[in-house]
Design a protein around this ligand. Sequence first.
Ligand SMILES: *Cc1c(COP(=O)(O)O)cnc(C)c1O
Length: 424
Amino acid sequence: MHEPVIPHLQAEDPEIAGLVEAEARRQFEKIRLIASENYVSPAVLEATGSVLTNKYSEGYAGRRYYEGQQNIDPVELLAIERARSLFGAEHANVQPYSGSPANLAVYLAFLQPGDTVLGLSLPMGGHLTHGWSVSATGKWFNAVRYGVRADTGRIDMDEVRDLARRERPKLIWCGGTAIPRTIDFPAFAEIARETGAVLAADIAHIAGLIAGGAHPSPFGHADVVSTTTHKTLRGPRGAMVMSTAEHAAAIDKAVFPGLQGGPHNHTTAAIAVALKEAATPGFAAYARQIVANARALAAALLERGYDLISGGTDNHLILIDLTNKGVAGKPAAQALDRAGVELNYNAVPFDPRKPFDPSGLRLGTAAITTRGLTEEHMPQLAAWIDEVVQATAKGDAAEVEQKVAARIRELLAAHPMPGWAPAP
Ligand SMILES: *Cc1c(COP(=O)(O)O)cnc(C)c1O
């Protein structure tokens, strides 16, 4: 049963409705550990599915290129006000279609083609849009990359400072997709100030933790903060670029007309709803629980001899190097998926293996925390992961996969999922 219900979809297009239903069941029955995913609330789903999708509104509130903005302007202004208040931002643009276009807008606001950008290298945990070679950002700009230290698995701030002094980037990115530790925003800010660079913090993964007070905030340190809205922040797929007042005009101009056309108003409304939810004491408790769950899961994995990059976690994310377990990331991830544990294979720093067949696994606890799992469930979860990984290394996991998947379905049946429930 969907909440909101989807009777028209079921009547008009049973093929798509059937796939939506199957996906809802899949999300219900799996321990979802993909670090960038979550479950949104029914209120967010309703806003996303609303008639706001019918409306064009290129421009910004009060200065649009289309008539009929009596309701859209207040929606967007509410989203902006809520973002500013939640994060303590001087300026917020809520129109970027997703995280990657949001980051492109940051380039467009501050750089010319060929200018130098400094970002965390992709295989060390950075994002494609921080200047990786296959990305437009790596092709159109002179990208210089920092990494993590081999001995600590943590970002090498000495390397960041040395590279910034030598290369004089116009833009420095901090943040990434596989960073299990707290980002030192004040240290990045000091380097950016010294070298005259704009500092952009990409908080796509940790926005919900920052909103809930479970990770230090980049505001007051970074000039620009970009984020997706659909990861730990638990909103619809979308993004925001926030900044100091000084850069407000440049950011807005870069998003529209620089990069995009009409904003997705149904998404803007859903972002506003998610930001309202994220401002509640319940969400702060949720953010703390995400971190507590990740710590407990990391401790249970360490106890079972897993090699965690940086030795643990400060946030929602755990990066495992499977080398000592005698199995690569991809076969392990595939076996775990069949066993009801969904996560992704991932490169680890200094990975000797190829990006499409790397050594590691990446896990995050945002979605399982939304399902109401707590620290007490983490030792069992680590035990299931271990059982499947060991069986995969031995080459005969089929039986273990089936057994674990059944146990997981049993556990999750008692933990409701927002947006869907199995028929009684
Ligand atoms: C997810 C992510 C993005 C990109 O978001 P999309 O919505 O997938 O384009 C950008 N930066 C970081 C650090 C991310 O984790």
